[in-house]
Design a protein around this ligand. Structure first.
Ligand code: HEC
Length: 148
């Protein structure tokens, strides 16, 4: 009997964790918006460094590139069909032109990876890297995000 109770408890625990995972999966809109907000915060830090409003800080540059890379890796799975509607600024083009959207994510990831060493080399390199990476933000938003 004790054994059965232990099993029941285990099943319950697994179920509860399973449900938590499903809930996270079911809110891809919030997940992708949170990632993008972090993109924006990091973008702001890099822009301030480039403008000379903040000293060059290699640790912060690395953190920004790490976070952008992480976003690019997670992004492809955060636009299921069920997340077209709701409190989202994603345009229908994300779903009607999926191959283009996926290509934009892949290009973002490649430009982040290709410009990381340059950005880490100092302020001059960071200026060039920001131009290359930042273009992805604007291009993708123009094609796939509703204007405010
Ligand atoms: C491959 C496409 C793509 C790229 C690249 C991209 N974004 Fe976005 N971004 C989106 C989409 C789509 C949304 C709308 C998400 C939603 O509302 O569901 C968004 C939303 C945002 C938001 C608003 C978040 C909120 O809900 O408040 C910010 C800020 C943002 N992006 C910043 C950036 C920055 C900075 C970069 C570049 C470092 C970037 N994005 C690169 C597609 C992209």
């Amino acid at each position: 009997m004790k054994f059965a109770t232990a099993i029941a408890a285990t099943v319950l625990t697994v179920t509860v964790f399973g449900v938590t995972a499903v809930v996270a999966q079911q809110d891809p809109i919030k997940t992708r918006q949170d990632l993008m907000k972090a993109n924006g915060r990091n973008g702001g830090i890099i822009v301030r460094m480039v403008k000379g409003e903040m000293p060059y800080d290699a640790a912060k540059v690395k953190a920004a590139f790490d976070q952008w890379d992480e976003t690019a890796q997670q992004f492809p799975s955060l636009f299921p069909d069920t997340s077209k509607d709701g409190d989202t600024r994603a345009l229908p083009a994300v779903w009607t032109e999926r191959a283009k959207f996926d290509a934009a994510i892949a290009k973002f990831k490649k430009d982040v990876d290709d410009n990381r060493a340059k950005a880490m080399s100092g302020l001059d390199g960071l200026k060039v890297a920001l131009g290359a990476v930042g273009k992805n933000c604007n291009d993708c938003h123009e094609a796939f995000r509703k204007p405010r």
